[in-house]
Design a protein around this ligand. Structure first.
Ligand SMILES: Cc1ncc(COP(=O)(O)O)c(C=O)c1O
Length: 460
């Protein structure tokens, strides 16, 4: 394929031409919602409005069909409209939607998660991953009687003040790599929020050890998102964190809100680490809003105010919503060893296909992935931590994503944190590989410039 053709297909003009109804929907939405609907992937200049979803396919309001490689921020592990989930939801709708009392279904999901995840003796449900990490942090502070938490640079754990620190800081404002400065990720946070957080560099054992020792008397926990499918992860690093936190009597909180989809017992089972607390979300709600925090009984029992008050509360009007609970349970029931094997094999197939495609033009693009999760970066070096990922070239991303859309392939708008579903097949994966072969053709340009970016400069 000629550069000009790629430029055409990834251009804003081609995108606009194919999506007039999405543009109309966006123009309507921004009149009543700042910036339009949240929770959507945003392909500039406006997001695609989706009309319906079925299996591994999304249909937009302009009548086009896309293979879904994003699966609602990784949450839709069974794809869209799985019959078992629909049946469970319909059954629950007819029994009651929100009734102000337990309906038994929450205990069934809790038991299933306790069975799957060895480190979880007890679990509490809430409505989002944000709430789950908020309550994990409170549990850790209450249990240890220490004020601060440690989290990793580049780690996203939701949108409350304690964790929205150094999520994607500008590197020039983020201090030295081995002792990152806490940088608030948004305005409007409590003035002291950043001072309550020790920011750790991912995958740097020496620096992490030094920082944990330096702050050992004030740290309640280390909050760890393993970044599976986003960085090149090392189980030994997670094991090191377990040793360190134990040694310094801090809690280790595994954020498995994304990584729970890599295996029956989550990433913690794969890396053989037993955290004190685990936060969950996304797939455990079967596509409905959900969060969960679980772990050791002696910590979780701080939430048990059925006897004398513990001083720690957790509440939420829609927590453990019965429709969510049955959808989550129906989803987990599909996720047996064979299902994970299928997802992981397909992930392997996708990675090896894209690796081959990228090897033809070394130094330009890379795929990082594990299980059914994958991310694509325009970067040459290792992707081991936040700073190496931040060095990736973001210039070609927009056109590459729009080129994929033109080929009927729906990916995360920044190419990071994509996910396969159980109904994605090899044929769909082959289509993705073919589209990327067009983006990075076999012959690299003599000046080494990136294909899409180069094509843009030539074409505009
Ligand atoms: C690792 C991780 N933790 C927490 C969250 C927050 O979850 P939610 O968006 O449900 O609040 C996310 C969301 O993407 C996440 O990826």
């Amino acid at each position: 394929m000629e550069w000009e053709t790629i430029s055409q297909s990834g251009s804003e003009g081609a995108y606009r031409e194919g999506s007039p109804r999405s543009r109309d929907q966006f123009e309507r939405a921004i009149r009543s919602m700042p910036g339009g609907a949240k929770g959507a992937y945003f392909y500039p200049p406006y997001p695609l409005t989706i009309d319906r979803a079925e299996g591994c396919q999304l249909y937009d309001v302009d009548g086009r069909c896309f293979i879904d490689f994003a699966n609602h921020h990784t949450a839709q592990i069974l794809g869209h409209g799985h019959p078992a989930v629909l049946e469970a939801v319909r059954g629950q709708l007819s029994r009651g939607i929100a009734v102000g009392g337990p309906m038994g279904v929450e205990a069934a999901l809790a038991e299933e998660l306790c069975r799957r995840i060895d480190s979880i003796d007890k679990i509490r449900f809430c409505n989002s991953g944000t709430e789950a990490t908020l309550h994990a942090v409170r549990l850790a502070r209450a249990f240890t009687d220490r004020p601060k938490i440690a989290k990793f640079e580049g780690g996203y754990h939701g949108s409350h003040d304690a964790v929205e620190i150094s999520v994607a800081p500008p590197v020039d404002r983020a201090g030295p790599a081995s002792a990152p400065r806490p940088v608030p990720s948004t305005g409007g946070m409590a003035p002291q929020a950043a001072a309550e957080v020790v920011v750790l560099p991912y995958d740097d054992e020496q620096a992490v050890e030094r920082l944990l020792i330096q702050h050992r008397d004030e740290l309640a926990c280390v909050l760890f998102d393993p970044k599976v499918g986003m960085y090149q992860t090392r189980p030994a690093f997670a094991q090191f964190l377990r040793r360190m936190t134990r040694q310094h009597q801090m809690l280790l909180v595994f954020d498995e809100i994304v990584s729970f989809r890599v295996g029956r017992g989550g990433y913690q089972e794969l890396c053989q680490v037993t955290p004190d607390l685990t936060t969950l979300g996304k797939i455990i709600g079967g596509g409905f809003p959900v969060g969960g925090v679980g772990g050791r009984s002696d910590i979780m029992d701080l939430f048990d105010n059925s006897g004398p008050p513990t001083g720690l509360g957790q509440s939420g009007t829609f927590s453990a919503h019965p429709v969510t609970m049955v959808a989550g349970l129906a989803t987990l029931e599909q996720l047996d060893d064979a299902a994970f094997h299928q997802l992981n094999e397909l992930g392997r197939h996708l990675r090896s296909g894209l690796e081959k495609c990228f090897q033809r033009v070394p130094q330009q693009a890379q795929i990082v992935g594990q299980g059914s999760l994958f991310s694509i970066y325009f970067a040459a070096g290792p992707l081991a931590d936040y700073r190496s990922a931040a060095e990736a070239d973001s210039t070609p991303v927009r056109d590459a994503v729009r080129h994929c859309l033109q080929r009927g392939l729906f990916l995360n708008h920044n190419l990071v944190m994509n996910a396969l579903s159980l109904v994605t097949g090899e044929a769909e994966v082959e289509r993705l590989i073919a589209a990327w072969s067009e983006i990075l053709p076999p012959v690299a340009r003599a000046d080494g410039a990136l294909g899409v970016a180069a094509a843009n400069r030539a074409g505009t």
